[in-house]
Design a protein around this ligand. Structure first.
Ligand SMILES: Cc1ncc(COP(=O)(O)O)c(C=O)c1O
Length: 492
């Protein structure tokens, strides 16, 4: 019989202030000691009563932890003889886990060539905001979402046919949702499409990745608006793209700049209805120029229409997709702005000639979001709540924008807010002597979030600025945030 492990076990420390129960903490501590070899195969554990005293917990807590380890095969209980570390673990230990501050135990895993290369050019988006406050850019008005309708529809679906909401569903997305999106695109954007051309994805970001996976070879050149969407940039880099920063002016992407830098491009990424982050709408001549350039290069275009539902000026220009005679535009939409981002729901509308290739991808390995979520959103749209919500949000964002303009009146001359007619963010430009990063840091110290324009730039631009979101914060928060900026030393 081997010696008891009393001394070793007395080193176990449990923390009653943690959310995790002490029984689970004890289970994890014992498991770590077994896996690291600190408790050896065949070693006998002290009696549960002794262990309970040693560690300072009740005997029931110890029995709970030991029962779990017995069930997992790490410990073996022999009636009348005690509990032992399983003999089957002989020579199977994993070494001690590194302690705090000990980095010798970890070796970086070898990453793929594409990802190692991409990492050097990723836009830093350490976190995406999840708390609404002034002037967070990516969040819609969570406070105005019709949660009662949503809860009712969700409950109805979860009580409904189990196989409908719990099974795998159709690979390219539920037909009910694809039909509802096709109807919405026709009513709101004048886009005519067959639901078979629609593929449901886990947000726009997922759509960009899938498009890249399907179309790009490592090193293929992709035109990106500069400044431009940082998420799309990271997604396409991760698929091996060689990104080409293309200038943006008040008419949108400067196609001649793209042609000068990379005439043989494979893909172009644009946000024609509301340039991210500068807010311009792409002019018709530029749209035609881009379509022509793509035709000449036999390239394709990703049209990212992330917030095109929300306009409070003139009705939006027709989508690039609807003036494309040659099937070169992949139109990507998201519910992150029109409903809420945690849904992780978006879609891509592909040209007819690409349906088979996308079907091939979805039928073999790609998969989309939860079937239950898709079913709920489809019904939310069919019952008219979606159209109503968009109409109401258009008015709400207009009101919040007006609150932003009003509150911006007292800002120092070193910062100039740009006017906008759509979406729920707008940039402000800074006097050259003002440091973007300093403004962002000083504002953050006082609870105000600002996105530096530099974060959206693939290569530096002459202009410095900040992006203001006005969708998720109430007018009082907007006024309070502007009050803080008014007195910010970095802007003085
Ligand atoms: C330009 C752009 N496109 C799309 C999205 C939405 O991405 P997702 O649908 O993955 O949430 C965002 C989010 O902020 C964005 O800024």
């Amino acid at each position: 019989m081997k010696h008891a492990a009393g001394a070793l076990l007395s080193s176990i420390r449990l923390d009653r202030t943690l959310k995790r129960s002490v029984s689970v903490q004890l289970y994890m501590a014992l498991r770590d000691k077994i896996l690291s070899g600190a408790l050896r195969a065949g070693e006998r554990l002290p009696a549960t009563r002794t262990l309970a005293k040693e560690v300072g917990v009740s005997r029931t807590t110890v029995i709970d932890a030991i029962d779990r380890l017995v069930a997992e095969g790490m410990l073996v209980s022999r009636i009348g003889a005690g509990t032992y570390v399983s003999e089957t673990l002989e020579n199977q230990t994993l070494g001690a886990p590194p302690g705090p501050g000990d980095d010798t135990g970890f070796q970086q895993p070898r990453l793929s060539y594409v990802i190692s290369h991409a990492q050097e050019a990723y836009a830093r988006r350490a976190w995406l905001p999840h708390k609404p406050r002034a002037f967070v850019t990516a969040l819609p008005a969570l406070d105005a979402f019709p949660m009662a309708h949503w809860a009712r529809l969700s409950a109805r679906h979860l009580r409904g046919g189990r196989s409908d909401v719990m099974g795998y569903g159709q690979p390219k997305g539920l037909i009910t949702l694809r039909r509802a999106i096709a109807t919405h695109l026709s009513a709101l954007k004048g886009i005519r499409c067959d639901p078979e051309q629609l593929f449901i994805t886990s947000g726009a970001q997922h759509a960009f990745s899938l498009i890249g996976r399907l179309l790009l070879n490592p090193g293929d050149r992709v035109w990106m608006e500069n400044p431009g969407a940082s998420g799309a940039r990271n997604a396409l880099l991760s698929e091996g793209a060689e990104l080409v920063p293309v200038e943006v002016d008040t008419q949108g992407m400067v196609v001649s700049d793209g042609l000068a830098k990379a005439p043989h491009f494979r893909l172009a990424f644009v946000t024609p209805s509301h340039q991210q982050p500068l807010g311009h709408v792409m002019s018709l001549p530029r749209r035609l120029e881009l379509l022509q350039a793509a035709e000449q290069a036999q390239a394709l275009i990703i049209e990212d229409d992330y917030d095109g539902e929300f306009y409070f000026g003139n009705a939006p220009r027709p989508a690039l997709h609807s003036i494309d005679p040659n099937g070169r535009v992949l139109y990507v939409g998201t519910f992150s702005k029109s409903l809420f981002p945690s849904l992780r729901l978006g879609f891509v509308l592909v040209p007819e000639r690409m349906v088979a290739a996308f079907d091939g991808m979805f039928n073999t390995w790609a998969s989309g979001p939860s079937t239950a979520t898709q079913a709920i959103v489809a019904e939310f749209m069919d019952e008219g709540h979606f159209a109503t919500h968009i109409r109401l949000m258009r008015q709400l964002y207009k009101a919040r924008y007006e609150a932003l303009l009003e509150a911006a009146r007292g800002l120092p001359e070193s910062i100039r807010l740009q006017e906008t007619t759509s979406g729920f963010h707008t940039p402000a430009f800074l006097d050259p002597r003002v440091e973007e990063a300093e403004v962002v840091a000083q504002a953050a110290e006082q609870g105000v979030t600002l996105a530096p324009l530099g974060r959206y730039c693939l290569s530096p631009i002459p202009q410095s600025g900040l992006v203001f979101g006005f969708g998720c914060a109430a007018p009082e928060d907007i006024a309070r945030g502007m009050g803080i900026l008014r007195d910010l030393p970095a802007l003085r």
